[in-house]
Design a protein around this ligand. Structure first.
Ligand code: FES
Length: 503
């Protein structure tokens, strides 16, 4: 296998992200924005630009989460969704969804052009393509939805990607870019307007009172009027988000482009998903190949997903060198439409954005535009569409039941599983759940042979973590928390490490 030995995001390896201190003393502000990705940074920037006093906090490094591990497509073509949204939400809302995404693309383009940001922003057509008869039927249905909604699109049988497709639905005028230089510009502008940024600042819980209080540790808090949660899993205990969103993982390879770059951005209608786009930044000429989505913690041996992508890319695209690979985790709501807005009509100072379904570049930007309007008292046509307090009986019930079922299975079922492997069976580089002194233990033997033993119970709500071989992390299938093999939190909602098991 020619994959790089350790996961590394191209975006974070190729552009510098400024560093900020950790918050160590209680402070008061008008608005707190939680989240170091595109939604949090853009929200903080827009609110500061509107004259608000804003503090931006993130539990790790800025851009260290989903935004730093994206495919960075700026598109309103979110695979096959418009036909489904029309059935579930009606024609008007499906059309609004397209409009919101187009506005987000236009916003990014305007900022980049006005500020002259060098971030590889290139206009591209987006394609969703079918290689099977079933896929073709779905693409044709989606095309009919485009026509009914007035979305510009064309059904084609030829496309620049050298994959033999039965047909493809082209959406013109979309874009790709490098998200880091763009977002670093927004961070600098935010700071220039008096905004304060704190990294490695974990919000343990939020007290939804007046004023709102974000508790960081005993005696350490941020007091504010409004709190906007843009961390990919919401910080609120209210809102039942644990049952309304579920985490999904997917995998990305960056391959050296063998010849000239392939124009266009592609995603397959058929499963397993294959997504392809070109990348040109400085001297780099790469192809990003993504796919292999699965419910986090349920994908089996994760290294196999990278291998499946590699094989497909070699066979279909003729690439052979893969200098970067990484995985990404994002949340999906029960009806597949993101939650953006006030948590509920009763919680008028609690705002949330989550469930971007891996389309964070436009959805994160939409979140920021919506929050700016809501927090400055302007009307927005998108408030009802994305409202977190919506409940649609038809699509929600199966999703809700399935999410609750998944949590129950990983909460209770996994605790009862018996594991026959022994510590001595673990080779260097191996991780597994084992029984150690009768206790379910997350065990990893590092390449030097040292054993790292952790309590396998997730510190968020008590589900059982699973080994992610591809990234060498412990992943929780319930709400997507991830831990290093030494137990440190990589991504929440968990805020506490997995306790070490002493022998
Ligand atoms: Fe919620 Fe693990 S129990 S993330």
């Amino acid at each position: 296998m020619s994959l790089s030995p350790f996961p590394q995001s191209y975006w974070l390896a190729s552009a510098e992200v400024p560093q900020f201190p950790k918050l160590t003393e209680t402070l008061e502000t008008e608005i707190v924005v939680i989240g170091g990705g595109i939604a949090g940074i853009t929200t903080a920037y827009l609110l500061a630009k509107a004259g608000k006093e804003v503090v931006l906090v993130t539990s790790g490094r800025l851009l260290g989460g989903t935004t730093g591990h994206t495919t960075a497509k700026l598109t309103a073509q979110h695979d096959l969704i418009y036909d489904e949204y029309m059935q579930h939400f009606g024609r008007e809302k499906a059309g609004l969804y397209y409009r919101a995404n187009q506005e987000a693309i236009a916003f990014v383009r305007k900022v980049v052009e006005e500020a002259g940001i060098s971030c590889d922003l290139v206009e591209e057509d987006a394609y969703v393509y079918a290689t099977t008869e079933e896929g073709e039927q779905q693409v044709r249905k989606e095309f009919a939805a485009y026509q009914e909604l007035g979305i510009p699109g064309e059904l084609v049988t030829e496309m620049p990607l050298p994959v033999s497709a039965r047909c493809a639905l082209k959406m013109p005028g979309q874009a790709r870019f490098h998200p880091v230089p763009y977002l670093v510009y927004l961070v600098k502008e935010f700071v220039n307007r008096g905004g304060r940024v704190f990294e490695h600042t974990e919000v343990e819980k939020v007290k939804e009172e007046e004023p709102m209080r974000a508790i960081l540790a005993p005696g350490l808090e941020i007091i504010c009027r409004d709190l906007v949660s843009c961390s990919h899993y919401p910080v609120y205990e209210s809102g039942f988000f644990f049952a309304r969103v579920h985490p999904e993982s997917s995998y990305i390879l960056a391959a050296r482009a063998p010849g000239s770059l392939i124009p266009g951005m592609y995603i397959s209608a058929d499963k397993p998903t294959r997504s392809v786009r070109s990348l040109s930044y400085g001297e780099d000429r790469l192809l990003l190949i993504a796919g292999e989505s699965h419910h986090t913690g349920e994908g089996g041996c994760t290294i196999r997903h990278y291998q499946a992508l590699e094989k497909w890319a070699r066979d279909q695209l003729g690439v052979s060198e893969f200098p970067y690979r990484w995985s990404t985790h994002d949340y999906v709501t029960t009806d597949k439409l993101p939650y953006i807005g006030r948590v509920s009509s009763k919680r008028t100072h609690s705002y949330v954005a989550t469930g971007f379904r891996k389309w964070g570049m436009t959805t994160g930007t939409i979140s920021a535009l919506l929050f700016r309007d809501l927090l400055t008292g302007q009307a927005t046509p998108y408030e009802e569409l994305y409202s977190p307090s919506r409940f649609h009986l038809d699509p929600d019930v199966p999703g809700l039941a399935s999410n609750v079922g998944t949590v129950a299975q990983h909460f209770a079922g996994a605790k009862l599983e018996w594991h026959w492997r022994k510590l001595d069976d673990l080779a260097p580089g191996d991780g597994a759940i084992l029984r150690v002194d009768g206790r379910r233990t997350a065990a990893f033997r590092d390449p030097q042979g040292e054993l790292h033993l952790l309590d396998a119970t997730c510190t968020h709500m008590g589900c059982e973590v699973e080994w992610n071989e591809g990234d060498r992390t412990w992943d929780c299938p319930c709400h997507g928390s991830r831990f290093t093999y030494t137990g440190k939190v990589v991504t929440g909602p968990a805020t506490l490490p997995l306790p070490k098991v002493e022998r």
